[in-house]
Design a protein around this ligand. Structure first.
Ligand code: 6R9
Length: 652
């Protein structure tokens, strides 16, 4: 598809891509899964739970007697780490590679399932020696190295809940998360490699732990070899303590509802929410969706999810989903442009990656860098491509399929949240006729719909709020320590239904299109306009790689649309470009959606998981002091954007 065609044309043309015949013929999941799950939803999930190895098989599926507090498989017992590691060794697959680790400087290391079992066992013994027990919390603050996975599995193995905090977060952010979870141990490293240099992690932990009296030890992985401050009696080298442990460790079974992890989502205001996930239901859905949505064939596939371990995507689709399925996967430590902009494609070629899972923000960056970069590498091993984190603009979807997938691969646009634990809405690669830009329909066993302000389901062809209408196995169980906030945040807007906070519409076929967070929706002269639609219209212009739009207070229209735009590699700014882009949006979506101002920028403010922080752009557009920037990857971005403002063209 030519990039000149507008979003409207893309939609009007109803461009669809049928699943490749070969994939459909041997797909893990076929169309009858939808019927089977619709006929008996709980029976369907009970069957999926049998993917796991239980110490005590559950006889109950769902206990929803005290909504919204769910219990799944409540009388079952299992050990999550045993399911992710030991059982594959026992099944004779100990020599299969679990992790191909690629360090940013170019060092690499492959770890088989048998080796992973030894390492996780040693780490579990080390945690026990340090006094960590079932029911405790452990904070993890590590770069993307195998020890991050090993640390999480070691916690799971002994029944301690982990709380992974992004390696980029400040000491304050770490300290508040350590305090909220009341963690007694912190696992960190001297540093990690980012953009060609060692980047320190331990100083933030030293600062945070100095304010956390309940932390008894800090376990430190040596990754970069850089100098670290050392607190005797508190700090322990990972390699020293694990080396002297036995590689034998018997995994005890825990209740299906035993806490597995807490993961903090920042939200837009207030203190971070500690999302609590438990064991049996979470692992069932992480495992099933990874098997179904990626069509994983563990004997032959090489899977790579580029997410950071500190994001829920790293939890569910690097650690628990893939490892419970016995997958072979790649883990990469660094950034996609180090030492060159083809690094991702070099890795795909090196390991023969077949299944790739990344985020729209990365895809749009690759578009910006230019088509010629992936073209230099052999990407023919790829067979399914996934997207997660934000709505994927149709133009980026088509680019991903063409330039990464060689025009062959299905794209699975997977909608889910930290709170949902696992994928909820996504195409199935062997079943769904895909549409660029749409996550399409709820997975088998999942119930989602779109409702209006009065909680009425909207007809096909209309928009509203995305809600989930039935409990699901990997749902959050509560907000750590704050049941009332859990009820208020997710279950009170539409009683009896889970409100995801996202806007969505159903097309004429009933397929779901995500439209972004409802907090970001713009109100222009009485019309609701979604950020996603205007951004997609901008990205459908041949000169645009990425954009973010916000509504800024305006005396005449209530809000006016301000667009921040990043150009493609070969495109140049010109005097009339802003006007041309405004006209392009006007033609694509209608005059009401025309941005009042268009600012060409080089970067956009993003979280570590790649989500655009529109809240900060709104502050800029309304000339306000910036709000909380602690979850921003790179705070200098905001200075650059603000410096653009005075000379910005202002049209009316
Ligand atoms: C997995 C993850 C959740 C929010 C979610 C939505 C956005 C994620 C999306 C998507 C459109 C997709 N989101 N996937 N929007 N299409 N395929 O991202 O979790 O970090 O908690 O964010 O991300 O707005 O509500 P989390």
């Amino acid at each position: 598809m030519s990039s000149k065609e507008s979003l409207a044309n893309l939609l009007k043309e109803e461009r669809r891509f049928a699943p490749p015949a070969e994939l459909a013929a041997s797909a893990n999941v076929t169309a009858d899964a939808y019927e089977q799950a619709a006929a008996d939803r709980l029976g369907f999930w009970a069957e999926q739970a049998r993917r796991l190895t239980w110490a005590t098989e559950p006889t109950q599926t769902l206990d929803w007697s005290n909504p919204p507090f769910a219990k799944w498989f409540a009388d079952g017992e299992l050990n999550v780490a045993y399911n992710c590691v030991d059982r594959h060794v026992e099944a004779g697959n100990g020599d299969r590679v679990a992790i191909h680790f690629e360090g940013e400087p170019g060092d690499s290391r492959s770890i088989t399932y048998a080796e992973l079992k030894d390492e996780v066992s040693r780490a579990a013994n080390a945690l026990t020696e340090l006094g960590v027990e079932k029911g405790d919390r452990v904070a993890v603050y590590l770069p993307m190295i195998p020890e991050a996975v090993i640390a999480m599995l070691a916690c799971a193995r002994i029944g301690a809940a982990h709380s992974v905090v992004f390696g980029g977060f400040s000491a304050d952010a770490v300290a508040s998360r350590i305090a909220d979870a009341d963690a007694k141990l912190v696992i960190t490293s001297d540093g990690g490699y980012r953009r060609g240099k060692p980047s320190a992690l331990k100083p933030a932990i030293d600062d945070a732990v100095s304010r956390s009296p309940q932390v008894t030890n800090v376990l430190v992985v040596r990754r970069t070899g850089q100098e670290v401050e050392w607190t005797e009696g508190r700090d322990v080298w990972w390699h020293e303590i694990t080396e002297r442990q036995s590689a034998e460790h018997t995994a005890q079974p825990f209740d299906a509802e035993h806490p597995l992890f807490i993961l903090y989502t920042s939200g837009t205001t207030g203190k971070p929410k500690g999302i609590l996930h438990t064991s049996g239901g979470y692992l069932t859905q992480a495992s099933y969706t990874h098997h179904a949505v990626f069509d994983l064939k563990p004997e032959t596939d090489v899977y790579w999810c580029t997410a950071d371990i500190g994001w829920v995507t790293g939890h569910s689709y690097i650690v628990y989903g893939p490892l419970s399925n016995g997958a072979t996967q790649v883990i990469y430590e660094g950034t996609p442009d180090t030492p060159h902009q083809g690094r991702f494609w070099e890795i795909v070629q090196k390991y023969g990656v077949t299944l790739l899972y990344t985020a729209p923000t990365a895809i749009r960056t690759f578009m910006k860098w230019g088509d010629d970069i992936p073209a230099k590498f052999d990407l023919t091993s790829l067979r399914v491509l996934g997207s997660v984190g934000e709505p994927i603009n149709p133009e980026a979807w088509v680019w991903y399929r063409e330039h990464i997938g060689g025009g062959r691969t299905p794209i699975v646009d997977t909608w889910w949240q930290t709170e949902t634990g696992a994928m909820m809405i996504s195409p199935l690669p062997g079943v769904t006729e895909t549409k660029p830009g749409s996550a399409q329909r709820a997975l088998p066993g999942i119930a989602a719909t779109v409702v209006d302000d009065e909680a009425n389901e909207v007809p096909d062809g209309s928009g509203g709020y995305l809600v989930l209408t039935e409990p699901w196995p990997s749902m959050l169980r509560t907000i750590w320590g704050d049941d009332q906030r859990y009820i208020d945040t997710y279950w009170s807007r539409f009683p009896g239904r889970y409100f995801a906070g996202d806007g969505a519409k159903k097309d004429d076929d009933g397929d779901i299109w995500l439209l972004g967070r409802v907090d970001d929706v713009m109100l222009v002269s009485g019309h609701n306009i979604s950020t996603t639609e205007v951004e997609s219209a901008l990205v459908s212009h041949p000169k645009v790689a990425e954009s973010a739009v916000v509504g800024a207070a305006d005396a005449t229209t209530g809000q006016a649309i301000v667009a921040f735009v990043i150009l493609r590699g070969t495109a140049e700014d010109s005097a009339d470009l802003a006007g041309a882009l405004r006209d392009h949006v006007g033609k694509t979506l209608g005059p009401i959606a025309k941005p009042k101002r268009v600012l060409i920028v080089n970067e956009l403010p993003k979280t570590r998981s790649g989500k655009i922080m529109r809240r900060l752009l709104r502050d800029v557009a309304e000339n306000r002091e910036l709000g909380d920037v602690t979850t921003l990857t790179d705070s200098t971005v905001m200075d650059l954007i603000q410096s653009k403002l005075p000379s910005a063209p202002s049209e009316d």
